[in-house]
Design a protein around this ligand. Sequence first.
Ligand SMILES: C[S@@+](CC[C@H](N)C(=O)[O-])C[C@H]1O[C@@H](n2cnc3c(N)ncnc32)[C@H](O)[C@@H]1O
Length: 407
Amino acid sequence: MNEIKIEKMDHQGRGIGYVNGKVTFIKNALPGEIVLEKIVKETKNYSVAEVVEYKKKNHYRMEPFCPYFAICGGCDLEHMRYEDTLNYKKEKVENILTKEKIIFPSIEVIENPSPKHYRNKLSLKIENNKIGFYESSSHTLIEIKTCPLAKESINICLKELKTLQIKKGSITIRSNYNDEILLIIKTNEKVHFSKETFLESKIVGIVLNDKTIYGQNFFYERMNGFLFKVSYDAFFQVNSYITSKMFQLVSENIKNNSVVLDLFSGVGTLGIIASKKAKKVYSIEIVQNAVLDNVENKKVNQCENVFPMLGDAFNTISKIKESFDMILIDPPRSGLSKATCEFLLESNAQEVLYISCNPLTLARDLGVLTTKYELKRCLIMDMFSYTHHVESFVVLERKKEERSSIS
Ligand SMILES: C[S@@+](CC[C@H](N)C(=O)[O-])C[C@H]1O[C@@H](n2cnc3c(N)ncnc32)[C@H](O)[C@@H]1O
């Protein structure tokens, strides 16, 4: 065991210290703290350790509000004050962008006014009748009775899940603006559902191994005056307050009468919002049900100028013969492929709005995109409060010299 001083934090919210010059990552340890640590993993280049004893605690350390903190792999910043988690995220994005040599304006921060009970989706594992999360970096299940980051309607449902009598499998609970619940279950077992055993939860549908066994396989989300159908397997952002802010930002940045491409469009949210100012919006998404939801959503929200398309982002763009004035991109954590970045560079688009849930891939892609685009605005949105994850929103404008070369 070694005594070690925590110098800074890494991108995953862990403390970083050095033992004989070797970097050591320690969960639940803050800069300035001195801890006695036990190595749990050692490689040639680094060690991973656990705190055995705090010799000196930081004055801004907080008592974690979740009983499973430091065991479950979910929220990893509960030992910090909320404002410090925001500063940590801002500095983290600044460091990542700087390392990629990206020139960026000062980062604006959109905070979450209620950083607990915000998640509208919880994915859980079931083993030996126990429902919970895997311990971080392991397959040991931690049974959980409640999750302080999840909406109350999800926690109420979590209490009633036992009545399904599933021994092994997985279950996702999704809840909408009206606290309605969709259950998505994967198991090889028979599921014992009866309405009487879910007295408190407003279950609107249960999907077992992709088949609807009760009610419907979708619900509706209502946000910023829009109504969105969301199928059980379609993506929707997990935090309603921050999503509503994101929608406002998209709306503010769309130019009147523009032709917009919405890549990775999910159920069509951003494209539908953009369509109220744009001339035309082409949306591309790979999940079939999400595209079918978009077809319905454009009708419900009276956006005849939205054109939903099914397919892989890059392979489908070439089917559109029109050129774009603006491009909206909101990819999964892996970011954009090289080919998609090249397409953006060669397109006519004067502006790109890039929304990202992974600053590492955002920075990598910006490394390519900033050869022809300039970063005009850079925001982080606290979509995933009390976790090390961060959502970014950047506005890119084509460089002046590049504009003339296109026209
Ligand atoms: C972060 S979500 C964004 C969805 C939407 N913009 C929203 O805000 O609700 C990323 C979306 O990309 C889709 N996706 C993943 N890989 C894709 C690909 N290769 N081509 C097109 N869509 C893809 C996912 O199904 C998901 O709906």
